[in-house]
Write a protein that binds this ligand. Structure first.
Ligand SMILES: CC(C)(COP(=O)(O)OP(=O)(O)OC[C@H]1O[C@@H](n2cnc3c(N)ncnc32)[C@H](O)[C@@H]1OP(=O)(O)O)[C@@H](O)C(=O)NCCC(=O)NCCS
Length: 241
């Protein structure tokens, strides 16, 4: 079962953020203090508070008993005592998203702000030759849209396998055709067809992509904190791969 939680930092503007500091360790409080901008300090605090509150609820334990580890590429995960729950976090311009998966092996998510113009020339550094060719055949406005679709899908995969940017985003492809989109995996990574993808344009401002093992298909809920209900979001997937 997969649950997706959204937190807009703006919604917490009037809250006393001091109340959330209990979720941070001493070391994390020090890391938080190093951010130059207040918005980054708030995002750091709220991300950890969100993860600890939700993960401890899912597991039915005290948040203070959660032990977090990181793989060699920086992907956080819960220690072996709580390994029945896996999660991944993404943030983009005031929105924090947490995906929680019970009894699954891995999950990767990416949220991207899409109401901005991208210099399309950077695609040569991040997309595969096939993706670049496909994209360049589209009208200019659609090229922008496709850029964000590809980018969000790619990051969700790089984060699901836990390698982040140590895996070149050019080494695998999403190929759009008349029958939908096909994922062409890097043959050195893992078995083909192992992963499934969901892509959402949740509103005119954000794309969300989720990558998980093919057999773990069902998304149980989408919730916005602190209100616990979805408002003005389009939760029909734009694409399922
Ligand atoms: C993981 C990575 C792809 C995130 O990209 P991003 O678009 O900047 O950030 P997102 O908001 O989508 O995701 C950040 C979150 O992903 C998680 N994360 C970090 N490393 C991860 C990894 N290797 N795999 C999956 N998730 C990871 C963390 O929870 C992080 O949030 P937090 O720092 O608040 O805990 C990228 O930062 C990365 O590859 N980091 C690895 C280290 C590295 O290669 N550094 C060189 C940077 S040039």
């Amino acid at each position: 079962m997969m649950d997706i939680y959204f937190l807009f930092t703006e919604d917490f503007k009037t809250c006393n953020l001091k109340d959330y500091e209990k979720y941070l360790s001493g070391e994390e409080m020090e890391s938080r203090a190093k951010f130059v901008f207040q918005k980054d300090r708030d995002q750091y605090l709220l991300t950890r508070a969100l993860a600890r509150k939700i993960l401890s609820q899912e597991l039915g334990v005290q948040f203070s008993s959660l032990e977090f580890k990181k793989n060699q590429y920086g992907k956080p995960y819960l220690s072996e005592f709580h390994k029945e729950v896996v999660f991944n976090i993404s943030h983009s311009s005031g929105l924090i998203v947490l995906a929680v998966l019970k009894n699954g092996e891995t999950i990767g998510i990416d949220v991207e702000k899409i109401d901005r113009k991208i210099n399309i020339d950077i695609r040569s550094t991040v997309f595969s030759p096939q993706e670049i060719q496909d994209q360049s055949m589209l009208p200019e406005a659609l090229q922008q849209q496709r850029f964000f679709e590809l980018w969000t899908l790619k990051e969700s995969y790089m984060k699901a396998i836990g390698k982040g940017f140590s895996l070149s985003p050019k080494s695998f492809s999403f190929i759009f055709g008349s029958e939908g989109c096909k994922f062409l995996e890097n043959p050195f990574e893992s078995a083909p067809e192992q992963f499934a993808f969901h892509l959402y344009e949740i509103n005119p401002f954000y794309n969300l992509a989720i990558c998980h093992q093919r057999e773990m298909k069902k998304i149980n809920s989408f919730r916005i904190l602190p209100y616990w209900e979805i408002t003005n979001f389009n939760m029909d997937p734009k694409l399922l791969i």
